[in-house]
Design a protein. Structure first.
Length: 132
């Protein structure tokens, strides 16, 4: 079960690679965010290109995952697995579920409840109250 108190989300896809992958894993490992979307590409080593002779360069890894859980070749597994094209919508819905109950002002809370309703309805393919 995802701890919704950590309502910050990192959106990931098969296109997430290298430093972005390492950041996503570090934020999750340190309980600063949840990862929503697809498994990342699997190139989480940080490094730099070094010249080798006059015509070649070599990528030399200089760092790896912060917690020893190797993501190189495997990728970062999402906490909430959804196709990447639905990751932003899913993260939005997760954030609304966490935030709405904390709103004290009743008028503002009703506004956000309506937003939450519309976002949930949109996700389910139903018509919303906004836009017409």
């Amino acid at each position: 079960m995802i701890e919704l108190a950590r309502h910050r989300c990192v959106i990931a896809s098969r296109q997430t690679f290298s430093a972005a992958e390492a950041l996503a894993e570090a934020l999750r490992a340190h309980r600063k965010a949840i990862v929503v979307g697809d498994t990342t590409r699997g190139g989480g080593h940080t490094g730099d290109f070094q010249p080798v002779g006059a015509r070649f360069i070599l990528f030399v890894p200089t760092g790896a995952s912060t917690k020893g859980d190797e993501i190189e070749g495997r990728g970062v597994l999402p906490d909430v697995a959804v196709p990447s094209e639905r990751a932003l919508e899913t993260a939005h819905r997760l954030a609304l579920r966490r935030i709405v109950p904390t709103i004290v002002d009743s008028a503002q809370r009703r506004q956000f409840e309506q937003i939450q309703h519309d976002v949930d309805a949109d996700a389910a393919g139903r018509t919303t109250t906004q836009g017409g």
